[in-house]
Write a protein that binds this ligand. Structure first.
Ligand code: SIN
Length: 541
């Protein structure tokens, strides 16, 4: 790795073999698997732990318990995906899951055990109890801790915190790294890399209510879109049914595992309503539960419904969910004696940057993995607790493929170093609130043509205010990314004239076989191109 100053652009240039953008489990797992093959540079716009991974409560779904199998896990994943999962991706996820989780444990991750044996919880739409959890409900924090500690100790890995990727660096039809901003020093930095992986996580901040931390601003898909890379299935956004709903408090996730242990959803009068919607009641697929809550709220004109923890029992509740109980008590709620107000909130982006089963995108030398990527594994609706597993399995595969990439020819690397400084796309930070309101009202749990059209038009108006500047603050970069990806989400949601998985159109409430296909969006010479791709139904040989 070399560091030099490009005086013409007052921009530092850092050369690296492998560049990883993002420090959640997908990014760090890719980094640690790349380390034996050459120097690895990880950049992350906040601190290492400012990730969605850190906040995952429920756990990691994996076919490790006796009597379970990758095949049963595969079938549950396909069922949740509502006909839009690509079979080979699901087979990879569930088939490679057990070994990769064993590796995670061997690298120091602790998961809850009884008498030395791993404990497995139950979550909605899983036919088996197969969810590993840590410290009750702090699984993501444990996974993030483990990966962060391992990566920090690897001599070949360099971490740049407070460093955000602003644009992909393109030359000769390839991705040669990223144009970034070091926010701590207030400087532009260019990372020139043999290959780059986007592992930037989710997009929850686009919606007014989300379970995600503020860093989830759709950065990876926005960068890829501007570089002409295909995005796929952007209309599929999962809304988690149960986020704490209390004025004055940011949304706080209340894990699905709470319902897995017996908690019930009730209305303001204490009536259990989920049995009216699905035979699996509280353990129905996530989209069914979220829509049922939304419907009940609308019918009652109420701001929330309630989660009754009492069937779990006080001892078990405190032992199994210490984090959730502690957070609720800190905010003045008593889950032992009162139902807790909840409502749905944006949680997970199923679509993303189109990538193959080794994370390779359509742009040479650019990879993507984790929540920002779409290799067809989650379909129209992600099965609970499959996301940490996705980051591990596909992080590992992406690293294998990146390790095999030839280094950049020296002439190309030099050309990348000498390119003029790219302008940065910025939008005033105040626009975030407008985007969040537009998305919540119109690209939310229940959608229709008038709302989607309105959102699309207003987001397009807002996008016209995106400026190109030599410098940017982080909120300005994020606002531009959110605006573009919100517009793409509204576009795909408008195109898909059916309801499937997490995408519900009140004007097209049925699932339609002719829509069993992926929607791909790409920017070609400044214009939106929409194409379709069949779902891959065959299992790999
Ligand atoms: C939860 O704990 O309910 C979230 C788990 C997930 O989204 O996979």
């Amino acid at each position: 790795m070399s560091r030099s100053a490009d005086s013409s652009a007052t921009e530092s240039v850092i050369r690296c073999r492998f560049l990883v953008v993002g420090s959640g489990i997908a990014g760090l797992w890719t980094a640690l698997h790349l380390a034996p093959f050459g120097d690895v540079t990880v950049i992350t716009k906040g601190q290492l732990r400012d990730t969605n991974t850190q906040y995952a409560q429920g756990g990691i779904a994996v076919a490790l318990p006796a009597g379970d199998s990758p095949e049963l896990h595969r079938l549950d994943t396909l069922r949740a995906g509502a006909g839009l999962c690509d079979e080979p991706a699901v087979s990879v996820l569930t088939g490679e899951g057990p070994d990769i989780v064993r590796e995670l444990i061997a690298r120091g991750a602790y998961f809850d055990r009884r008498d030395g044996e791993l404990l497995f919880g139950r979550e909605a739409a899983h036919g088996r109890s197969r969810i590993l959890h840590a410290h009750g409900d702090a699984t993501g924090a444990e996974v993030q801790r483990t990966a962060s500690e391992v990566v920090r100790e690897l001599p070949g890995v360099t971490l740049h915190e407070a460093t955000g990727a602003a644009e992909l660096l393109l030359h000769g039809g390839q991705c040669l790294g990223v144009e970034a901003v070091d926010f701590a020093r207030g400087e532009r930095v260019r990372f020139v890399a043999d290959c780059t992986v986007l592992a930037t996580g989710g997009a929850g901040e686009i919606w007014r209510y989300t379970t995600n931390p503020p860093v989830a601003t759709a950065d990876g898909p926005a960068l890829a879109w501007r570089a002409g890379v295909c995005l796929r299935d952007m209309e599929f956004v999962q809304f988690h049914p149960t986020a704490l709903c209390a004025p004055g408090y940011p949304k706080f996730l209340i894990s699905e595992a709470v319902r897995g242990e017996g908690a019930r959803l009730v209305d303001g009068k204490g009536r259990r309503f989920m049995l009216d919607y699905h035979p699996d009641a509280e353990l129905a697929p996530r989209d069914v539960v979220a829509r049922a809550i939304f419907t009940e709220m609308q019918q009652a004109g109420a701001p929330c419904m309630y989660l009754d923890f009492s069937p779990i029992g006080a001892d078990r509740l405190r032992r199994r969910f210490p984090g959730i109980v502690g957070e609720l008590e800190k905010r003045g709620f008593d889950p032992f004696h009162q139902p807790i107000p909840i409502s749905p909130a944006a949680h997970y982006m199923m679509g993303g940057i189109t990538a193959d089963l080794h994370g390779l995108t359509g742009l040479p030398r650019l990879f993507a993995c984790g929540e920002c990527a779409d290799y067809g594994v989650h379909g129209a609706n992600r099965l609970a607790s499959n996301s940490l597993l996705d980051g591990l399995v596909f992080g590992n595969r992406t690293a294998q493929a990146m390790a095999e990439m030839d280094p950049l020819p020296e002439s190309l690397a030099r050309a990348a170093e000498e390119l003029p400084a790219l302008p940065l796309r910025v939008l005033e930070a105040e626009a975030k609130a407008t985007i969040q309101d537009l998305a919540w009202e119109n690209i939310g749990i229940v959608r229709d043509r008038p709302g989607l059209t309105r959102a699309r038009e207003e987001l397009a108006d807002l996008a016209r205010r995106i400026r190109q500047e030599p410098t940017a603050t982080l909120p300005e970069l994020e606002a531009a990314n959110m605006c573009q990806v919100a517009w793409l989400t509204a576009t795909a949601a408008l195109v898909r004239e059916e309801s499937r998985g997490a995408h519900f159109r009140s004007d097209f409430p049925q699932t339609r076989e002719e829509w069993r296909r992926h929607i791909l969006l790409r920017q070609v010479e400044g214009q939106l191109e929409i194409t379709y791709q069949p779902v891959i139904l065959e299992r790999p040989a």
